[in-house]
Design a protein around this ligand. Structure first.
Ligand code: GAL
Length: 465
């Protein structure tokens, strides 16, 4: 029996007119239901304060408890100076003003003193393995960890974590009246750990240049956000970092190399990647071994991303502009189930601002902005990324969708006393801001960073180390 052919076509069409309209109406109905669902999940996200977001993974229930902060802004005694009153008429004091005020009565909330320091060598029993975001964190010798703007390398050859960051244990000063607060370059600090809590100081693995003023690493310059990855082909550890002059006009990346994770690293050179200015940056090594450089460019108005060469010592010519016109910096990338995610900050120097989460199907873009990932604390905590700025996201193998969000709580009055804010980051649940052209329902799962005064990784994760 002929079932196809042009002769049959009109009959088939007319015969199914009724079912076609049923299909169309079911589709409309389906989209409406999805839209309602999306509205509902957005309302839930807005009320994120009172909602417990439970993922399916039992290990992370504790990490997903929403913890509130109820901090009252103290009444200022006496009148504000006429200059201050003129500068900001009628503006009420916000928590960010308090945070930036060295004499604030809340100083101890943001920068708890040495008495509360986390000391993994002594803090045993109930306190062991607990992260206390914002408290001073001591290494195994009892000194505050100096690894700001840092990044983490998990070295599979030694089953060890290496934390690299800016070693800032020097005086803070302003090179010029209008210049940003700075500390002379001392070098890149490196700490090692098996449990991500107890850190041994491995020393300065890339040191400042003391005498040669023309050298990129001369102490009067800027070295920020060092990140290290391992190259399987060459067997070398490769470090990329932001290199600048005191006025941030050089805007370049520097590259260094070592045979060992603990250095010493040999400094190779600096460059403006793809010929563009480059300030805050990071590198990301994908599962297939291809590594990428991501940097704020065009005066921080956009990010650029491009693959590194096979030896990780240079960029390839290929580059994409992403998050154009969004003015984001402090990028921290991670990948979950084939999707790429990134957390960024706004551009307000050492002052905290609102984090945003972004996602992409392909690392080269397009990247979509999803919204503020912060949950808990209070509104100001969430709008100020818990008074910290992103620097890295550490995957936690064995707990799918779970990461540690690493951030810096900068202390511009005394940069060496900047603190670390480590918090659980969980991927799951619907996104909190619908994108255009997607009928209002999320394309990607939500990225959530949960505020905790005190928290620790699940016991089973620690036991597996
Ligand atoms: C921030 C940046 C930091 C540092 C600081 C200097 O915007 O993220 O790494 O460069 O500015 O003011």
């Amino acid at each position: 029996m002929p079932i196809s052919g042009t002769g049959n076509f009109p009959r088939v069409l007319s015969g199914s007119r009724c079912s076609m309209s049923a299909v169309v109406w079911s589709l409309v109905g389906f989209l409406l239901v999805l839209h309602m669902y999306s509205r509902f999940s957005n309302i839930n996200a807005v009320n994120g304060d009172i909602q417990l977001r439970m993922s399916n993974h039992p290990l992370v229930h504790e990490l997903e408890q929403v913890e509130k902060e109820n901090i009252q802004i103290p009444h200022r005694k006496g009148k504000r100076s006429p200059r201050a009153a003129k500068r900001r008429p009628k503006r009420t004091t916000t928590l960010i003003d308090e945070f930036l005020d060295e004499n604030s009565q809340l100083r101890h909330v943001f920068f708890p003193d040495m008495k509360t320091a986390v000391n993994p060598i002594k803090d045993s029993g109930n306190d062991s393995y607990h992260y206390h975001p914002g408290r001073i964190w001591l290494d195994t010798e009892g000194n505050p960890i100096q690894a700001h703007g840092g990044g983490m390398l998990y070295d599979e050859r030694s089953n060890t974590y290496y934390w690299y960051g800016e070693y800032k244990d020097g005086p803070t000063y302003h090179a010029h009246k209008k210049g940003a607060a700075r500390v002379d370059i001392i070098g890149v600090g490196c700490y090692s750990s098996k449990d991500l809590w107890t850190w041994k100081n491995e020393g300065i693995v890339l040191a400042a240049e003391e005498t040669n003023e023309t050298h990129d690493l001369h102490k009067s310059n800027v070295l920020e956000r060092p990140k290290v990855i391992y190259n399987e082909n060459t067997g070398k550890y490769v470090m990329w970092m932001h290199i600048d002059d005191a006025n941030y006009t050089k805007a370049a990346v520097g590259i260094a190399i070592s045979d060992y994770p603990t250095g010493p690293f040999d400094y190779l050179r600096s460059q403006r990647p793809h010929g563009y200015d480059s300030r805050d940056m990071t590198i990301f090594k994908d599962d297939d071994g291809v590594a990428y450089l991501i940097y704020s460019s065009e005066d921080n108005s956009e990010l650029h991303i491009g693959p590194l060469t096979e030896d990780y010592l240079d960029v390839k010519p290929e580059m994409q502009r992403i998050l154009v016109g969004q003015h984001r910096e402090a990028p921290a990338l991670f990948k979950y189930q084939g999707t790429y995610y990134m957390i960024t900050s706004g551009c307000t120097g050492w002052a905290p601002n609102e984090a945003l989460a972004h996602a992409a199907e392909s690392i080269m873009g397009p990247w979509e902005t999803m919204g503020n990932p912060c949950i808990g604390g209070n509104k100001m905590f969430r709008l100020a990324t818990f008074f910290a700025q992103s620097t890295f996201v550490i995957p936690l193998p064995g707990i799918p969708g779970s990461y540690i969000f690493m951030a810096d709580r900068w202390n511009p009055a005394d940069l060496r006393d900047s603190r670390y804010v480590w918090l659980p980051l969980i991927v799951g649940g619907p996104a909190d801001r619908p994108f255009e052209f997607n009928f209002g329902f999320p394309l990607w799962p939500r990225v959530s960073i949960y505020w905790h005064r005190k928290w620790r990784l699940p016991l089973s994760w620690r036991a597996s180390k």
